[in-house]
Design a protein around this ligand. Sequence first.
Ligand code: UN1
Length: 514
Amino acid sequence: PNTLKTLGLAELAAQPHWPSAVVAGEAHYADTNPVQFRSPIDGSVIGSFAPAPAGMVKMALEAAHGAYLKWRTVPAPKRGEFVRRIGEKVRERKSELAQVITLEAGKIRAEAEGEVQEWIDICEFAVGLSRQLHGLTIASERQDHRMMEQWHPIGTIGVISAFNFPMAVWAWNAMLALVCGDSVVWKPSEKTPLCALAVQRLIDEVTAEMGDAIPAHLCQLVNGLADVGEAIAASPLVPLVSATGSTRMGRAVAQTVAARLGRSLLELGGNNAMIVAPSADLELAVRAIVFAAAGTAGQRCTTLRRLIVHESVLDTVVSRVQKAYQTLPIGDPRKDGVLIGPLIDSHSFEQMQASLQAVVAQGGKIVCGGERVTEGVPAGGYYVRPAIVSVPGNLPAVCHETFAPILYVMPYSEFQDAVELQNGVPQGLSSAIFTESMKEAELFVSAAGSDCGIANVNIGTSGAEIGGAFGGEKDTGGGRESGSDSWKAYMRRTTNTINYGNALPLAQGIKFDV
Ligand code: UN1
């Protein structure tokens, strides 16, 4: 309750349901059948909201579009000022915001704070960027002509995000979109509506503090179900839809967006692997494996799911990871010292069990873990012991992403086979190699190496910094968010050719005398 008060949510909490949407700064309540949302910590009901119907999406999109029409002419460095102030407020509220993430997504405190830190980091990145949204000047082939590029705001960005990063993924998109001169409509996961409301409240506060310096209502929030995502994807008012979640969801969104020739930016499932070479520093490798495979209870899109180990070190690596797993503190994520919190819900637990059964039926062997933990943890939450499963290669069950801590371990003898195993799944998000061989490391990150968007050497697959472009290939969807030049997705490029001479020469030397 204290946290809700600090976050300015107390009066919303006094209503029978949480808002279905916050549009133009106003909370709206739909009259649809309310859905309850629960804390994964103990399965208790936190609250309920009536899912926003399509009419509310329309209202949100229209408000956002109106704000965009004003925002697009505000100088980009001034837009940066808004994001700078958001970043300052997030810094002040870091621990309260993290508490809401822990409550709704079940992250341990350090990881919840890490997520809020990603939001702070992307604010700082975006503020710098607000003075660097520049295009090229290109030599014209024509006498007395100049050719240049400009990057202009594009419109309203639709953001669809998942439960596992209930604030940071929205922030990667929204903070860039805002400095780029766009407005935002957000459909968060129906499992984390409170995180979204806390974020929205903070944005609304900064908006109010800035008064007339910026247009109101640049960010709208719609708490709804899949049909809200579909309505956003279908709307011609949304030139770019940025969607994070399952490959199935991304495929549906992308097809709807493509049908109207809109753009989508997809960050979908991963099936991330690490190669452990015979020369690897095993001490470091084991620490990286445990954080990447078991951390966040296996619920990051960058979670390590496949371990490809040279046969000469296979037994040593497996027994060291197994040993580390035995002492991993699993439990209430609010408690000091706990490293592994709960799965998001019972459905997630069932999927984990189904994947374990499938892989065993296909020839895999469970080395350890996979079972529900009920002692020393809050009743009602789905806590599991992270599993290690030995497999001969990429069995069918290994080829799909199960959002839970299952680590499939497979052997290799030749380096080239390891690279093929790493690339031999439909997904292509993150990958890593542990090796002391310069040749192997360079090959792994070369054109003929890992086919993923992220390829790391001597660090794990998860926990990327915001400064790099984030995303992956194949079933991961091809999008790039966050750092580097990902901002270009949120703008439209115009090419301008300017004639400052007295003649009208045509390109390609064409003569057309009239
Ligand atoms: C996600 O799981 O959707 O690289 C994002 C990481 C985090 C982001 C994960 N910085 O693990």
